[in-house]
Write a protein that binds this ligand. Structure first.
Ligand code: WT7
Length: 655
């Protein structure tokens, strides 16, 4: 891992207190109340989580041990049995929530659908029986490659109901990326749709699945279940492919939720790391259910009449935790939107808020920056009075974007929760509780109760206030990932050994640089490893480099991030070509296309630079720090004495 110099450039003075009307009705009403919870949890984390698990969730059978911690492997609520689909559905059916809207869905072409808890329960039970009919059993893995339609959530909940492990693959990933994930997770069945709508066009999902499975390249996949959405013609392979509506016609709606061991695997979600192929992040049942439940309740301050909207895609962890499981476990009304701001309707997000009277709105800084660019006349032309709370996630939010969100969308009335977390953490870790914690634009503020976050040096020592260091967590928490699918060693190496354990004390290493200010507020600066954050999506430089090198014209490639106004970071690829190949603009375009083919459109390099050679150390390591400076158009500073061939640098600078 490179040892970066972490410097903090932000010095934000503004402080925004929650308005009294908000705090009075909030779940957590004051800074004192937050501090009490925090201190209580810190003094006895196990008692804190056990009490919440007891009061907030339904268990078929209570646990006998709260936490079994054999670092770095944690087990929460040992021997407890629980089902997250039961907690998200069944337990609401005996209350007034039975006929409350669980999901409000809006399709991009303007079609819409509302499912009450009773209706959603019925659909999930049927889908679960459909999966069983196709041979899916407890413990089997199911791939989900879907557009943002209710069936995506239904499929997830149906898997959880029968104890199958879902692995959702973002619909924007290519057939190749899909195949890699399906093979790694050994999926037995894939749930997909004919297509989905995105930016006025159809994403041909089933066609991608066909490509991913062609030539028996994912032999583990026996069945494909297809939901009809866009209705364009697709190929259906006999015996392998089944239409959901055909199956549904004969399937019973009676499907009791399977009591699962608290530590049974709930899902695997792939995320990029600094080295090698994407990691299958494993989350289990009981701890994840509790953590997403309580973070949703306190951070989004859920009230029973709220309409809550998180704009993420279910293909990412944000969609898992804060569209599906967290909100539904709380009996909330969760909005699901298929579309994205697009030429034909750049104001579509504000339309959705007005149409459904959205009260809580959770989106990403990259989206906010895009809204700023599109102009405030769009939100100003809609009635956004229903909004009472705003949130952001995915990357650090620049204070100007925060202020715009606060003024133009929140009308200086809505608190903003800037939530720091990761696929690995399962749920939000550092965030204001909106009725309690005063906010500073650009800071995720304070840890959630029970989260012992710290800024440390590479020896694991806490660093003084306002000094940069590595963001780490000192105690396990229920929502934490349990392992990397099929690779316990990689789990240990990646998250627990960068900072060597001392006296049996293990620290979770998040991979982010950050500082804490004099008030204890956290300021996250970004990744310290070779991970690029493009529009809130995490991409490993290695993955993109491998994709480039798999092209016959490419000899070597090095990929770095470059600051970008809209996307946060953009991808710049330095490429050396095979001997007989000539550099050209056509080749640049071809290489960009090739990366899209291999990974997906989110990984398309913004810029490709051809070079004769790449700057390397004498031991052959590419000096990315230099490439990052070059890509950003900065002067090369710092030590270059380890560079093997200094002329390489001169040439790159000239080129
Ligand atoms: C990385 C995790 C968790 C859902 C979205 C991304 C960055 C995330 C913030 C924030 C500063 C943030 C970090 C983190 N990040 N939220 N509020 N402030 N940085 O999940 O793909 O697992 O990426 O996103 O760098 O490590 P992910």
């Amino acid at each position: 891992m490179p040892q970066p110099t972490i410097e903090s450039i932000l010095h934000e003075e503004r402080l925004f207190h929650p308005v009294a009307e908000f705090s009075q009705q909030a779940q957590i009403k004051s800074l004192e109340q937050y501090q009490q919870l925090y201190n209580k949890a810190k003094a006895d984390p196990q008692a804190f989580w056990a009490e919440l698990a007891d009061t907030e969730l339904h268990w078929f059978q209570k646990w006998d041990t709260v936490l079994d911690w054999q670092p770095p492997f944690a087990k929460w609520f040992v021997n407890g049995t629980i089902n997250i689909s039961y907690n998200c559905l069944d337990r609401h059916l005996t209350t007034w929530r039975r006929n409350k809207a669980a999901l409000i869905w809006e399709g991009e072409p303007g079609d819409s659908r509302t499912l009450t808890y009773a209706q959603l329960h019925r659909e999930v039970c049927q889908f679960a029986n459909g999966l069983k009919q196709l041979g899916v059993e407890k413990g089997d893995r199911v791939g989900i490659y879907m557009p943002m339609i209710p069936e995506a959530a239904i499929a997830m909940l149906a898997c959880a109901r029968i104890g199958a492990v879902h692995s959702v693959v973002f619909g924007g990933f290519s057939a190749e990326a899909l195949r890699d994930r399906l093979v790694d997770v050994q999926a037995k069945l894939v749930v997909t749709a004919d297509g989905g709508w995105r930016k006025d066009a159809i994403v041909p999902l089933k066609e991608q699945v066909d490509k991913a499975l062609a030539n028996n390249s994912a032999p583990n996949v026996e069945k494909v279940l297809v939901v009809r959405r866009t209705e364009q013609p697709i190929d259906m392979e006999r015996d392998r492919d089944h239409w959901w509506h055909d199956l549904q016609a004969g399937v019973s709606a009676d499907c009791p939720a399977e009591p699962m061991d608290s530590e049974d695997m709930l899902f695997v979600l792939y995320t990029s790391g600094s080295t090698g192929k994407p990691k299958g992040v494993v989350h289990t049942t009981g701890g994840y259910n509790l953590y997403t439940h309580i973070t949703t309740k306190w951070i989004f301050d859920l009230q029973d009449t709220d309409v809550y909207w998180c704009t993420a895609d279910v293909g990412w962890i944000t969609g898992h935790s804060y569209i599906v499981y967290g909100p539904l476990s709380n009996g909330a009304t969760s909005v699901m939107y298929e579309g994205a701001p697009r030429a034909s309707n750049p104001g579509c997000f504000w339309d959705v808020i007005e149409k459904y009277g959205v009260n809580i709105f959770y989106t990403a800084p990259t989206a906010i920056r895009a809204f700023i660019k599109m102009g405030e006349h769009l939100p100003n032309a809609r009635n956004l009075d229903s909004l009472r709370l705003l949130g952001t996630v995915g990357e650090p939010i620049n204070p100007e974007a925060w202020m715009w969100y606060h003024r133009i969308i929140g009308k200086e009335r809505c608190p903003i929760v800037d939530t720091w977390w990761q696929t690995e953490t399962g749920g939000i870790m550092i965030t204001p509780l909106p009725g309690a914690v005063p906010t500073k634009p650009g800071s995720a503020t304070l840890p959630f109760p029970g989260i012992l976050a710290d800024i440390v040096d590479l020896e694991g020592n806490s660093v003084p206030a306002n000094e940069g260091g590595y963001l780490a967590v000192r105690h396990p928490w229920p929502g934490m990932m349990r392992t990397v699918y099929g690779d316990r060693d990689r789990f240990r190496r990646t998250y627990w050994e960068h900072i060597p354990p001392k006296d049996g004390q293990y620290l979770y290493f998040a991979g982010d640089g950050a500082r804490q200010d004099e008030d204890g507020y956290f300021w996250v600066m970004g990744r310290v490893d070779d991970v690029i954050n493009v529009a809130g999506h995490r991409l490993g430089t290695m993955e993109i480099e491998s994709a480039l090198v798999s092209h016959p014209s490419v000899a070597e490639a090095a990929v770095v991030g470059k600051p970008d106004d809209l996307k946060g970071e953009d991808i710049v690829a330095f490429v050396t070509l095979e001997n007989n190949i000539n550099a050209s603009d056509e080749l640049k375009n071809e290489l960009k296309k090739h990366v899209v083919q291999e990974i997906g459109a989110i990984a398309r390099p913004g810029e490709i630079k051809f070079a004769d050679a790449l700057p390397k150390t004498r031991s052959g390591k590419i000096m990315r720090r230099l490439l990052r400076s070059l890509a950003a158009g900065e002067e090369i500073s710092g030590d270059t004495s380890t560079l093997e061939d200094r002329s390489v640098l001169e040439k790159l600078r000239e080129g």
